[in-house]
Structures are given as structure tokens and as C-alpha cells.
Design a protein around this ligand. Structure first.
Ligand code: DGP
Length: 114
């Protein structure tokens, strides 16, 4: 737990979020600014600033993020596909420095991303 981290506070239940999935190592909740009909953030309970730090420090939990995303996509019926995004660093538009996987689905998406 890092005191000034908003996502640590969601994990701790100190600020509200619409939680859609939980495991021993992960929590998933709806993004407050959805960019698609389904837009969920999947995060580790432990605080790591970005995907690279998580992969180095807790690789099993990095894999758990993908498994949670699979379960959420199945539950949401995203049979036609979905996108997983891990913005890493300033140039990639990371704004919250507790690693989070965006799960976006429910509409067709373009490429390349903006
Ligand atoms: P990124 O740009 O990849 O760091 O995305 C951060 C996302 O986090 C952004 O889509 C908005 C979302 N977000 C930020 N603060 C909160 C919050 O307090 N609650 C929820 N549900 N989402 C948040």
C-alpha cells in the first residue's frame, strides 16, 4: 500500500469503485471515464508503478492480470474481441502510476491507437 496512490485506496476499499472481479492477487473495476461499452481496469493488489516493474518483481501476478481479463471478457460476452492496453510511461499516456491493464470491448476499434 502506497499512501498517495488512488488505486491502492481502491484495493483497500478506502474509495469506492465498481468492482467486477477479484482474486487473491488482482482487483478489476470499471474505469471512471469509459472509452468503450466495456472498459475495465485490472490491477495487482500490490503496488508496482508500471508493467515492467510488475513483470520484474512479481511475474506470476503479471500473468494473473491476463487470466482476470480473460474471465471478465468471457463474463461480458466479448465474443467478437477486445483490447488489452498497458500504458507504460509518460509518452504512452500513463496517468496513474499503479500498473493497470485496460480491458476495452463492445465496439469495433481502429489501429493505430492515438
Ligand atoms: P492511464 O492513462 O493508462 O494511466 O489510465 C488511467 C485510467 O484510470 C483512466 O482511464 C481513468 C482511470 N481512473 C483514474 N482515477 C480513477 C478512479 O479513482 N476510479 C476509477 N474507477 N477510474 C479511475
Amino acid at each position: 500500500m502506497t499512501d498517495d496512490c488512488i488505486f491502492c485506496k481502491i484495493v483497500a476499499g478506502e474509495i469506492p469503485a465498481e468492482i467486477v472481479h477479484e482474486s487473491d492477487t488482482t482487483v478489476a473495476f470499471r474505469d471512471m471515464s469509459p472509452q468503450a461499452p466495456t472498459h475495465v481496469l485490472v490491477i495487482p493488489r500490490s503496488h508496482y508503478p508500471n508493467a515492467a516493474a510488475l513483470a520484474a518483481g512479481e511475474p506470476a501476478t503479471a500473468a494473473h492480470l491476463f487470466d482476470a481479463a480473460r474471465a471478465i471478457a468471457e463474463q461480458a460476452g466479448l465474443d467478437k474481441g477486445y483490447r488489452l492496453v498497458l500504458n507504460t510511461g509518460e509518452d504512452a499516456h500513463q496517468t496513474v502510476f499503479h500498473v493497470h491493464m485496460h480491458l476495452l470491448g463492445g465496439r469495433p476499434m481502429g489501429w493505430p491507437p492515438g
